[in-house]
Design a protein around this ligand. Structure first.
Ligand SMILES: [Zn+2]
Length: 456
C-alpha cells in the first residue's frame, strides 16, 4: 500500500457501523484506512486536525434543479455546485425540467458535458422518461435514474414544462416497462392532475389566488391529490417490477402506503425534502407566502413524516433545490398560481439535519444514512460512495458540533440571492467538504475548481 496523501486526525468518524474514534487515511482520492489514532503514518503528505469534530460522509443529493440549460438567470451548474460544496453535498443529481428538457439522448449528452466543465462536485443527471425509445440510449450513458412529473402547470409555464410530464396511467406503465428493462430507478413526482383540476377550479371560482389558498388546495382533504397518485404508482410499479422513487413525501396516508408496499416487497424508495421538515408549517405559509414553496404540511402530517424518517419508511433526504428569482416569486403574493413554485435548499439541508441531530430529533448516524448511505445504495453507488469505509471515494464532511452557523442572506451562494431560512441558527457548522480527497470548501470559502466533478 502506498503512503497516504492525507490523514484526517482525531475526529469522531460516522461509519455505517456507528461512530468510531479513528483517523481517516486517503490515497488517490479514496479512503484507504480507518486507523487507530496512535498508529503512526509514514509519509502522510498532509494532515487535517479534526479533533472534536464530526467526520461525516458527503451528502448525495439526488434531486437538484441546476436550471442549466435554459433558466440560468435563476441558477446554473457552477453556482449549484458551489452551494453543494458549502452545504456538505459531494454529489448532485440534476433534474430534467430544463430548456431543452432532458428527454432525449442528445439533450442528455449536452447537459453531461456542461457538468463536466462546470461542476466542482461529482454529478449525475436524471433525464425525463417521456420518450420510450430514448430510455435505453440514455441509460447507456450511465444515468442512475429517470424522472417524470405527474403534474401539469396551470397558470404558468414553469417549473413543469412540456416534455417532462406524464399522468396517463397507460403511459406510466409503458414507461415503467421500458425503465425496468434498464435496471434503473424511476423517480416520480406524484400528483393527480384530474383531481387537482377540480379542486383548484373551486378556488378560482371563488377568486381565491393567495399563497394561503394555494397551500390549502394542495393539502385539501388531507392531501388527496398526493395519496391517490401514490396508490396508483405503487400498484403500477408492482405490476411492472420497476424500481421507483417517490419525491416529496408529505402526507400521513402516503407514508403508510409506502410502508405497506415495502412490506410486500415492492422496490420503492422515497424522499423527504427540506421544506417538508423545516418550512411548511402554516405560520411559514403566512409569513413567507410564495417564498415558502408553498405547500403546507399540517402538524399531524409533519409528525408522520418525522416518524417515517425515524422508522426507515422514508429512505432518503434530498433537497429538491429549486431556486427562482424574487420577481418570479413576488407575483405570488396576489396570484399564487402564476408564481414559480419551489425554493432553494441545497446549501442548508445537511446543516439543518445536523442541527436536528444536535437537538436530539434523530441520531447523527441516521442522518448519515438518509443523506449518503441510502442514496448510494438505491442509486447504484454502493461500495463506491456514501460511506466512510475503505475503498470508497473520500467524499468527506468535517463539522464542528460545538460551533453554530447563522443563516444570513449575505451567505447565500445561489444566483437567486435569497433563502427562506434567513435568521435560522444551526447548531453544528460545516468546516470542510472534500470530494475524492480534494477540498472544495474550507474555512468559509468555496475552494473547488470547476471541472473537478466527475460523473458518479
Ligand atoms: Zn423538484
Amino acid at each position: 500500500m502506498s503512503d497516504p496523501d492525507l490523514r484526517i486526525r482525531g475526529g469522531r468518524v460516522i461509519t455505517p457501523a456507528g461512530e468510531l474514534a479513528a483517523d481517516v487515511l486517503v490515497t488517490g482520492g479514496r479512503i484507504t484506512g480507518l486507523v487507530d489514532r496512535a498508529v503512526p503514518t509514514p509519509g502522510a503528505a498532509r494532515e487535517i486536525d479534526a479533533s472534536g469534530r464530526l467526520v461525516l460522509p458527503g451528502m448525495i443529493d439526488v434531486h437538484v434543479h441546476t436550471r442549466e440549460p435554459g433558466f440560468t438567470h435563476k441558477e446554473d451548474i457552477e453556482s449549484t455546485a458551489r452551494q453543494a460544496a458549502a452545504g456538505g453535498v459531494t454529489t448532485i443529481f440534476g433534474m430534467p425540467n430544463l430548456d431543452p428538457p432532458t428527454s432525449t439522448d442528445k439533450a442528455l449528452e449536452d447537459v453531461l458535458a456542461r457538468y463536466a466543465a462546470s461542476s466542482i462536485v461529482d454529478y449525475n443527471h436524471n433525464p425525463a422518461a417521456t420518450l420510450p425509445d430514448q430510455v435505453p440510449l440514455m441509460a447507456a450513458r450511465g444515468v442512475r435514474a429517470f424522472k417524470v412529473y405527474m403534474v401539469v402547470d396551470t397558470g404558468r409555464t414553469y417549473p413543469h414544462p412540456a416534455g417532462t410530464g406524464m399522468h396517463d396511467h397507460g403511459d406510466l406503465l409503458r414507461m415503467m416497462d421500458a425503465i425496468a428493462a434498464t435496471g434503473k430507478r424511476f423517480i416520480i413526482h406524484p400528483h393527480d392532475q384530474a383531481l387537482m383540476d377540480y379542486i383548484e377550479g373551486a378556488y378560482w371560482e371563488r377568486g381565491e389566488n393567495t399563497p394561503q389558498a394555494y397551500a390549502r388546495a394542495y393539502a385539501e382533504r388531507e392531501g388527496v391529490i398526493w395519496d391517490t397518485a401514490i396508490d396508483v404508482v405503487l400498484r403500477l410499479a408492482e405490476a411492472a417490477r420497476c424500481p421507483i422513487h417517490l419525491a416529496h413525501m408529505q402526507t400521513r396516508r402516503s407514508i403508510d402506503a409506502v410502508r405497506r408496499a415495502k412490506a410486500r416487497g415492492v422496490d420503492v424508495t422515497c424522499e423527504v425534502n427540506h421544506w417538508a421538515l423545516f418550512l411548511a408549517r402554516w405560520e411559514d405559509v403566512e409569513r413567507l407566502g410564495p417564498y415558502a414553496l408553498s405547500y403546507w404540511v399540517p402538524d399531524d402530517a409533519r409528525a408522520a413524516v418525522w416518524e417515517g424518517l425515524r422508522d426507515g419508511t422514508i429512505d432518503v433526504c434530498s433537497s429538491d433545490h429549486a431556486p427562482h428569482t424574487r420577481e418570479e416569486k413576488d407575483i405570488g403574493w396576489t396570484k399564487m398560481w402564476s408564481a414559480h413554485t419551489g425554493t432553494p435548499g441545497i446549501q442548508y439541508y445537511y446543516p439543518l439535519l445536523l442541527d436536528a441531530a444536535a437537538r436530539g430529533e434523530l441520531p447523527v448516524e441516521r442522518v448519515a444514512q438518509l443523506v449518503a448511505e441510502a442514496p448510494a445504495r438505491h442509486f447504484g453507488l454502493a461500495g463506491r460512495k456514501g460511506a466512510l469505509l475503505p475503498r470508497h471515494d473520500a467524499d468527506i464532511v468535517i463539522a464542528d458540533p460545538d460551533a453554530t452557523m447563522e443563516i444570513t442572506e449575505d451567505g447565500v451562494l445561489s444566483k437567486c440571492g435569497w433563502t427562506p431560512y434567513e435568521g435560522v441558527t444551526c447548531r453544528m457548522r460545516i468546516e470542510r467538504t472534500l470530494v475524492r480527497g480534494t477540498e472544495v470548501y474550507a474555512g468559509g470559502d468555496v475552494v473547488g475548481v470547476p471541472g473537478h466533478g466527475r460523473l458518479a
